[in-house]
Design a protein around this ligand. Structure first.
Ligand SMILES: Nc1ncnc2c1ncn2[C@@H]1O[C@H](COP(=O)(O)OP(=O)(O)O)[C@@H](O)[C@H]1O
Ligand SMILES: [Mg+2]
Length: 450
């Protein structure tokens, strides 16, 4: 491990920051709420290792504008630690080279790091990143410094599209405890262990802010109690910034159920091979639509990676499902399954060859989302609790910042797209809006026990 500088020569950590400095976890999450000194910690941490000539560190934010506060703090702090350093701006990024040869790069996610290697990666506000990006950047983490253990250090608060994976990877295990994850290389059989830790910090752990500006808490409160609980108290239990703001488990989740006799039934699909496919089965009852079953083609719900199943394999999955609760009256598939290159059979045609027929779904995104949002708001769309891919991926989807009427399509949006295709087949405007008693939403829904 590199020799440490005395942090209090140039910057004095708070008690919580000092605790995070002393952590040796391979993956560390610091913070978990607003104002705990996360960004200061992210900027100061690399100074701990700059005596080491080969040390190479990446400090990341999602975008270049978001990076600038870190660059400003580094410009102020770093020359105090090493007057002999050199700093170089490169289109919003900052490269710092210390007299020892150690390097720190402040940069953003809008460029490639293929071919780079870092001994330490720090991501400030990691909840704005996807799990895919997290695993990509982990692949850039490797060291040739003898005795050095490469590390990733994140800061985050419960806001943004990455809340789900951060909650699962770091928060759920509880604070301070070190969780061990053992990996056995299938080629060599060599085992390695990753130690994962979460060190929480709130505003009261940061006297610089808490004592100097108590009015900050009042300003946070103005954002509403839900947001206050998230940002101030570090409550990660309900996702935030969701595109489907009205969607909640308490209001829209129903126990496992099956279509009642005589109910209209249908299926919808968003096809994927290298990215996940999503198939949902629906019925309508008493003016409400219920998504009662699903099939999802991905290794987990965290990454945008497909199961790479052939059409005949997916057709078998569909048939097996429909054996349990009956074939639907119709099915709609995303329009891309009808695309044909070089005169071959389309995906839709290939499904038809094995007896699974899809109609072309309406793909007007903005109208489709409005339909989903309206149904959620009116309490006229429900999803069974056994639809795990839905509950894992849809509530956490965020809007496109440039077009808030649409979803940010870089997310894991396959289930949401499939729901949109489905609900567009029974638009509210075509059917009128009969009142539905939300508190009696389960009345008449035949429940099955699992
Ligand atoms: N150890 C410290 N010494 C002096 N000021 C600090 C320290 N830690 C945090 N601060 C200041 O407190 C304020 C909030 O800290 P910041 O790191 O931005 O919090 P967060 O990123 O968790 O919201 C900032 O003005 C920051 O400079
Ligand atoms: Mg910050």
């Amino acid at each position: 491990m590199a020799e440490k500088i005395e942090p209090d020569v140039v910057w004095s950590p708070t008690d919580k920051q000092a605790l995070a400095f002393s952590s040796t976890a391979d993956a560390l999450l610091y913070g978990g709420s607003v104002g705990g000194g996360k960004t200061d910690f992210a900027v100061a941490l690399p100074l701990e290792y700059i005596c080491h000539a080969k040390f190479n560190c990446l400090v990341l934010r999602q975008t270049c504008p978001e990076l600038q506060p870190l660059v400003t703090r580094a410009r102020r702090l770093y020359p105090q630690a090493d007057p002999g350093l050199r700093m170089r701006d490169a289109s919003g990024s900052l490269r710092v080279e210390f007299a020892s040869g150690a390097r720190v790069l402040f940069s953003h996610a809008n460029r490639s790091y293929d071919g780079d290697e870092f001994d330490l990666v720090i991501i400030d506000e990691a909840s704005s990143f996807s799990y895919d990006y997290y695993t990509y950047i982990l692949s850039r983490l490797r060291t040739t410094i003898p005795g050095f253990s490469p590390r990733i250090v994140l800061t985050a608060m419960p806001k943004g599209p990455g809340c789900t994976w951060i909650e699962k990877e770091f928060i759920r295990q509880g604070p301070y405890r070190v969780r061990k994850e053992v990996f056995r290389d299938p080629t060599t059989g060599i085992e390695s262990t990753r130690r994962i830790q979460y060190i929480p910090a709130r505003i009261e752990d940061n006297p610089y802010l808490f004592q100097n500006d108590p009015g900050y808490l009042g300003r946070l409160w103005l954002q509403g109690s839900r947001m206050y609980n998230r940002l101030r108290m570090g409550d990660w239990s309900e996702p935030d910034g969701s595109f489907f703001q009205d969607l909640s488990r308490s209001r829209h989740m129903v126990p496992p159920c099956r279509p009642p006799l005589g109910a209209p039934t249908w299926a919808a699909m968003d096809w994927g091979y290298s990215s996940p496919y999503s198939i949902g089965w629906y019925y309508e009852h008493d003016g409400a639509i219920v998504r009662h079953a699903e099939a999802y083609g991905g290794p987990d719900h965290l990454r945008n990676e497909g199961a790479r199943r052939s059409i005949s394999e997916v057709a078998k999955i569909i048939r097996d499902k429909e054996t349990a609760f009956g074939a639907p009256q119709y099915r709609v598939g995303d329009p891309s399954i009808w695309q044909v290159n070089d005169g071959g059979l389309s995906i839709g045609d290939q499904f038809a060859q094995v007896g699974i027929y899809w109609e072309r779904a309406v793909n007007d995104r903005i109208t489709g989302w409005l339909e989903v949002l309206s149904r959620l708001q009116l309490g006229r769309f429900f999803v069974a609790e056994n639809c795990r891919a839905f509950w894992a991926t849809v509530p956490v989807l965020g809007p496109d910042k440039r077009c808030p009427e649409d979803l940010d399509t870089r997310q894991i949006d396959h289930v949401a797209d499939e729901v949109r295709y489905s609900l567009m087949t029974r638009q509210l405007s075509q059917y009128g809006v009969p009142a539905v008693n939300v508190s009696n939403k389960l009345a008449g829904l035949p429940c099955i026990t699992t």
